[in-house]
Design a protein around this ligand. Structure first.
Ligand code: OFO
Length: 186
């Protein structure tokens, strides 16, 4: 059973994960509007991953005796001065999120909640990957600079990225959340 404080902190982080999805979706449509469909596609995959992060966290709350609550999602930035600025934003954002996950782990420690601490390990590992990947793509876009053919090549390269559900987790069907579906059937 989650403490009230842990429940609130997890709901707040799920909201930040959803904001991350919204931010990357905003970047995706910004790139789509500039004709850079490979960058748009990369951001769309990233937005999908953030939605998974959101639902995985809310499912955990629901399955741990807590209550998953939806809150207003902040409106994201709508445009960027250049691809480099957008990918720099991704780089900064992921490092900020890592800090938030560490803060969440500290809440779990202060609540003596070993189960949540173990659950958050997945997010810490995910952040290591997200930081690495944001670093790699930023370097690719930085190397392209503002030179048109180099940017087109970078756009093509990043467009190869494909979405994959993390192992053992699916958003659909409902069976991903057995406790909740059990109570819905009653
Ligand atoms: Fe949820 O990992 Fe990025 O923000």
């Amino acid at each position: 059973m989650l403490s009230e404080k842990m429940n609130e902190a997890l709901n707040a982080q799920a909201n930040r994960e959803l904001y991350s999805s919204y931010l990357y979706l905003s970047m995706s449509y910004y790139f789509e509007s500039t004709g850079m469909t490979g960058f748009a596609s990369w951001m769309r995959v990233q937005a999908g991953e953030e939605l998974v992060h959101t639902m995985k966290m809310l499912d955990y709350v629901a399955n741990s005796g807590g209550r998953a609550k939806m809150m207003a999602v902040e409106a994201p930035q709508l445009s960027w001065a250049s691809p480099m600025q957008a990918f720099q934003h991704v780089w900064n954002h992921e490092r900020m999120v890592t800090g938030l996950i560490h803060a969440l782990v500290r809440v779990a420690e202060s609540e003596s909640d070993e189960g949540t601490k173990r659950f958050l390990q997945w997010y810490l590992e995910e952040q290591v990957e997200e930081e690495e990947s944001s670093d790699r793509v930023l370097k690719i876009v930085q190397a392209a600079g503002s030179e048109s053919s180099a940017l087109k090549a970078a756009d093509k390269e990043l467009g190869q990225r494909r979405f994959k559900f993390p192992s053992g987790f699916e958003i659909f069907p409902y069976s991903a959340i057995p406790t909740t579906i059990g109570s819905l059937k009653k």
